[in-house]
Design a protein around this ligand. Structure first.
Ligand SMILES: [Zn+2]
Length: 438
């Protein structure tokens, strides 16, 4: 059994939306009350309150406030658990010498939603195609909400728990499925061995010279985003029109994010499906997109340019592509090889003679002064990582990887990571979100 997560979009009618809203408010109230109790007990009596003490009060709360009954006891417990987890991680970080912020009271508007931690109090029914119905609550409080979205695991997948969340005035249900190992496996249609280099000019470049263009969703929408933000800046802060524009800005960001996620899902799926070996380098988008601002005493250079580059680096979603490749490769039985970027330096290394050829970011073509090998920069690095993948195992490959092994540069021990996994290894929880937004 494995766990997979899928997200469906909900289409509640007005009455259902109002009730979901009200339930969220009650959960928020419970959360804040539990937080206050913990703070008070500590201030007045130096006493810490445990999760179980708070859980044991729930029946009393339901007796005093019958509106809590419809929420389901396990969902209420889960909200208390959420607070407890927050406290645990707070104290863990304090112990580790960090300075975490203390738990804050939350406004109902900002409270994201609530969770049913087990298959009780709700039922999810798929009706073929993309339609589904989510049934919540029981008795008079029961409601059947229309939902849209589909997962690929078939009937054997059993929903285990759900989280309802509200984002930009839309409701989503995130479902954890328990899926038999066999149903997780992906069909592979090819046995290629490919190196791939992710970049900004082309989103991906393969060692055979094939490229996938970078759609640049964010850059396309920047003028519209800027126009909305300018409009909002002219409104009085906190006014109705200010808020209305804020919602439009949030929606635009959401749409950009949806398109980006959709693209990355499709392309990573295709890569994994076609390849038996897929080599790329370890990336650190966080380090790559570090600000050039510097400090007051030592201001950085070309800060605006770097900010623009950073925006593109983050928008290209490498941070999203890698985890997706990792879990999809596992499901398809593809060997995913991640070269150690610092040691191998794929963009500087020559794929033909393995010498280092230093280049600036602006130099798009690799011309080797040692052996004369010439290739587009990204293609060269894709070839380098593929050779690296080949060098770290004994079996001969095909294509570029089958070439005679270049002399290795003995620059310390290279410790690249190789994930080689048949489709049926048990694995930790993976996330897979469906394209649930119309
Ligand atoms: Zn060379």
């Amino acid at each position: 059994m494995q766990r997979r997560k899928v997200t469906l979009k909900l289409y509640p009618n007005a009455a259902q939306a109002a009730r979901l809203e009200a339930w969220t408010r009650l959960h928020c109230e419970l959360y804040n009350a539990a937080l206050e109790e913990r703070i008070d007990a500590w201030h007045k009596a130096r006493k810490s309150i445990s999760y179980y003490e708070q859980q044991n009060v729930l029946p009393q709360i339901k007796a005093d406030r019958p509106e809590f009954i419809a929420l389901g006891s396990h969902a209420l417990q889960q909200t208390l658990r959420r607070l407890d987890l927050a406290f645990q991680s707070f104290f863990r970080r304090v112990k580790a010498g960090q300075t975490p912020g203390f738990r804050r009271f939350k406004a109902a508007k900002r409270f994201s939603g609530f969770t049913y931690p087990d298959p009780a109090g709700w039922k999810l029914m798929q009706h073929g195609g993309r339609g589904a119905t989510l049934r919540l609550g029981s008795g008079d409080a029961a409601m059947s909400i229309r939902a849209r979205g589909r997962h690929r695991f078939g009937d054997q997948a059993k929903p285990n728990d759900i989280t309802l969340t509200r984002r930009n005035d839309q409701w989503f249900v995130s479902v954890t499925l328990r899926v038999p190992d066999a149903a997780c496996a992906r069909q592979r249609t090819g046995d290629m061995r490919r190196g791939v280099d992710f970049g900004i000019n082309d989103w991906a470049t393969f060692d055979d010279g094939r490229t996938i263009g970078n759609p640049r969703w964010l850059r396309e929408e920047l003028p519209r985003l800027a126009a909305l933000q300018r409009q909002r800046a002219r409104k009085k802060k906190g006014s109705l029109r200010f808020k209305r524009l804020g919602r439009r800005i949030a929606r635009l960001h959401e749409r950009i994010g949806n398109r980006r996620r959709d693209f990355v899902h499709k392309e990573t799926t295709r890569m994994v499906r076609q390849c038996a070996v897929l080599a790329t380098e370890q990336l650190a988008p966080k380090t790559m997109s570090r600000s050039a601002k510097g400090t007051v005493d030592a201001p950085g250079r070309r800060v605006r340019q770097k900010a623009g580059l950073n925006r593109e680096i983050l928008s290209a979603a490498f941070g999203m592509a890698h985890p997706m490749l990792a879990y999809k490769a596992e499901e398809a039985g593809t060997r995913l090889h991640l070269s150690n970027t610092r040691q191998l330096k794929p963009s500087q290394c020559c794929a033909a003679c393995w010498e280092l050829v230093p280049k600036t970011l602006a130099q798009r073509v690799h011309v080797c002064p040692h052996c004369g090998h010439t290739a587009p920069r990204d293609r060269n690095s894709a070839m380098v990582v593929l050779i690296d993948a080949h060098n770290t195992q004994d079996t001969p490959g095909t294509g570029v990887a089958a070439r005679p092994k270049p002399l290795s540069r003995q620059r310390g021990k290279s410790r690249p990571v190789t994930r080689e996994t048949p489709a049926t290894t048990p694995c930790v929880e993976r996330r897979e979100s469906s394209y649930s937004v119309a």
